[in-house]
Design a protein around this ligand. Structure first.
Ligand SMILES: [Zn+2]
Length: 122
């Protein structure tokens, strides 16, 4: 089911973050826009902010049944992803590569990302 849930968020361009530690995907609640999570195994979700709950099928139906602007509003919500933030910083630092400090920071951030990745691959 893992791929089904991820495919859904990719297909509709909904902001998301995969949480491998507990097999969930964080995304903006379709009803209140607070960050919530769906299980990639059972495809169930329950928003702790607005108490709406359902399955992936409900999310698909929401997109089918609601107008364009309701779906667009969900796409505007940011989901914090530490890895993505670090990658963005590395890209920015690459643009000022001529400066020694920037290079040093870039290397340190790359090491952090490598370590995080190795931990997850175990
Ligand atoms: Zn909610």
């Amino acid at each position: 089911m893992n791929n089904v849930v991820l495919s859904f968020f990719k297909e509709y361009n909904i902001p998301y973050k995969m949480n491998r530690s507990d097999n969930t995907v964080s995304y903006p609640c379709f009803y209140c826009h607070e960050e919530t999570a769906i299980s990639v195994i059972r495809t169930r979700w329950k928003c702790s902010n607005c108490n709406q709950w359902g399955t992936l099928v409900h999310l698909i139906e929401f997109i089918k049944d609601n107008d364009h602007s309701a779906v667009e509003a969900i796409k505007q919500v940011e989901i914090y992803d530490a890895k993505k933030e670090i990658e963005d910083i590395i890209k920015l630092l690459a643009k000022i590569r001529n400066k020694e400090v920037a290079l040093e920071l870039q290397e340190k951030l790359s090491k952090i990302l490598d370590k995080r990745q190795k931990k997850r691959d175990l």
